[in-house]
Structure formats: structure tokens, C-alpha cells
Design a protein. Sequence first.
Length: 494
Amino acid sequence: MKTKILHIALITSLMMSCQSQKSWKTDIYETSASGNQLTKIDAVKPVENSIKIKLNPAQRFQKITGFGGAFTESSAYLLNKLSKENREKVLKLYFGEDGADYSLTRTTIASCDFSLKHYTYAPVADDKELKHFSVQEDMDDLVPMIKEAQKISKNGFKILASPWTSPPWMKDNNAWINGKLLPQYNETFALYFSKYLTEYKKLGIPIWGITVINEPHGNGGNWESMLFTPKEMTDFVENFLGPKLEKDGYGNVKIFGYDQNRSELKNWVDEMYRSEKSSKYFAGTAIHWYDSTYKIFEDKLQYAHQKNPSKHLIQTEACIDGDIPKWKDDSWYWSAEATDWGFDWAKEEEKYLHPKYVPVFRYAGDIIGCLNNQVDGWIDWNMVLDKNGGPNWFKNWCGAPILVDPEKDEVYVTPLYYTMAHFSKFIRPEAVRIGFENPDSDLKITAAKNPDGSVAVVVFNPSEQAKNIEISLENQKIPVRISAKALQTVHLTF
């Protein structure tokens, strides 16, 4: 009997030993100024004096919601002008398993600057019961784009929807731009959201979350906007929007506050989470990156997280916004030649926050910086724009990861697409960011453990020199060489 027990114990010990010494399979993908485009590269041999990166899966941070871009009328309109082959190509690049596999997206509730014209779902003035509510304006372009993406995406994706303004007749200036919501229309505007959710649900498009308004501080009076102070928005959510959605069966739809630049986060989260009641209705905070071309505002992000650690913190908009995008010129995206519109509107004493920048560097650095400071989702702006950075009724030209020339039926996949894919493809929803040690200040790194047990390590090297790295996980050491001016994802599976 003793011999049998010893035999079982020996087998158990050997099994546990094998499990503890499991070997991680390593796949390395690189995008670089030298020409790699999410290219799978060969493993390398260990090198002395390599940079030692130690992963710590036991140190767990936020759970990841996802990565992606925005469905806008401009993007959808352009896709409709392409050949069926190229339209499908673009959508597969974004939503296919072999592509970026986007998991978190945004769309607009009625028009914005990246629409073909002003429009609202409730055009009849003083229609308090919204009897004339209709999403028909979305049926030609926007809805078909979302539906096609749904068919392509095997893993599915979440949609966060944002209005840029209420119908003008609900505002104190009766205009598309600026103005505030009139108190007598608080209930009607809450109903507007509920009706939108219902109509999109009928179309087979479930909306995961909403923001109350895009950019409540306004945009300089240039395109669709509506102004809220932190208190006004919180009062509206606590007393009208939250209870209305709950009553109408949409209590599971997440409400996000703020939805503008990070520098003002403190004022907003202090108000949003002022009480148990207000906190109940806010699922989290939405933020943008336009305050600076290089600053992450780590202190603001950490403050927002600590104010209520159970809430989401999601980057909902970012883009290259000061230039007409460069067509079929990869080198520009790796050069410090991009400018931003923020330089024009910034106060004189804040213009230093807006120097010229390298587009790929800004994207890679910002996503890593956000992830390392409790942000759980990161959404790019338009998925598709034309050679001029439009269409945009205000001529507010911007870049996009994929550009198209509908007249010639051409598609240009910019380096920004591959930059986004380094995160979206390998860090999946419900992944948990994990700890690491990085002794090299030049390298920017983040790491996450996916629900399937795989680990994704994203390494960004903005320097002019290639670097040798040794990544250690458990008892295994993985040698890696990253090119100069490059982004890598090291995907570890077993």
C-alpha cells in the first residue's frame, strides 16, 4: 500500500514539475520605419548585455475592454464608393481574424463634422414625445457598414455611441453649434437616447455604451456641439438619462461622462462620482488626446482611476488632425513632420504642448502610456478617409489608418493601421494588464495576459538604434531583437 501511495505521489510531483516548466511558444511581429508591416520575424539567439525585461503576471491591473476605431458617415460613404472587392478588403483588415480584429468601436448619434451634412433623428420642433423620431438618415451608409463589419467579425465588437449635439430646437440658441440644453427638454433628450437604442436594436445593432455628449467644452464654435459643465452633465445623468434608460430596459447600457481632453479630468470625475446615486449611473469616463502631441497626463489618469477604481476609463477619440494626410508615403508617418490643430487653439503659454511629432510614435506611445495608467480601452477616430482627409462638411481634415481614392478605387493602408493592430489583434477583451520591470528608459513597454492564457508584450523602440532584449516569464528567457524606430508585439502561447 505504501509503495502504491509513493508511486502516485511521484507521478503527481512529475506532472506538477512539467506544468511549472512549460515552454512558451513565441511569435514576434514587427512594424518598423525600415519597412516591416506587422511582419512575423525570426527568433534570435541570446546576446550578452541585452536589456532584461521581467514580466510579473502576479501583478494585475485593469481588465481590458478593447481597441478599435469609429464608424462615421464619412467612412461609410467612402466604402460605398469603392468596388465590392476593396470594400470587403478594408472591412476584413479591421474586423477579420487575419486583420486587426477590432473589439471596441465608436459611432455617432446623428451628425458630426465627419458627416455629409447636418442632420438629426428628431427634426420636428417641440416634438416632446419624439413621434417623428427616425434613424433613416443612417440607412444609406452608416448602418450597412456596421452590419457588414458584424458579419466579418467572428469575435464581435462593442459599440460606444456619442451625440455631438441634441436636435437644435432643444437648445437655448436653436443652433447646431454651441448652446445648452434647455431645462424643459431634459426628459425629451433622455428619450432621444432611448429611442436611438431601440431603433438600432431593431436593426440588429446592440449599443454597448453611450457618452452624454462629445466634447462638452465645445470645439471653438466650428461644428456640431452642445455645452455642459460637469455639474450640468451629472445632474442630467442622475435625474433624467440614467433613470430613463433604466425604466425603458436599457439599464445595462453603459453611460460615460465627460468625453474630452485629459487635462480637465479631475473636475469631471469629482462631480461625476460625487455621490452614490451619481456613481450608480456612470459606468466610467471617456477621454480624448488633443491637449498635447506628446503628454499622456499620467497624473490625471491615475487620479480618475483612484477616484472610483471600479469604473471604466476609455480613450474614445484620437487622430492626426493638423494636416491633409500623406498618400502612399510611409516615410511621412515615421517622420517628425505632423502638426496638430491644437497648436492653433492653445493658449500662448500652452503651445509648447503641441510640437511637431512622428505619427506612429504618437499613436504607439499614447496607447502604451494610457494602458500603463489604467485606461482599459482605446478608440481611434475615423476608420477610413479620402486623400484629403475627408469628406468633412467643415473641411476639418484629418488622417485615418486607411485612406482611399474612390475615383480610382485605390486603398492605402498607412503605418497607423499596423500600429493599431499591434494592440487590437493581440490584447483581447477581458485581458488583464500585468506588471513588468524595464530598466531601459528609451523602450516603452506594456504587457497583458489574455483570457486564453496567452501573454502579449508590446515593445516600442523610438530610438535610432536596434536593441537586444531578453524577456523573462516564469522560468523561461526569450531573446528578442527590435529594430530602430519600431514597434513589436511578442505573443507568448503554450
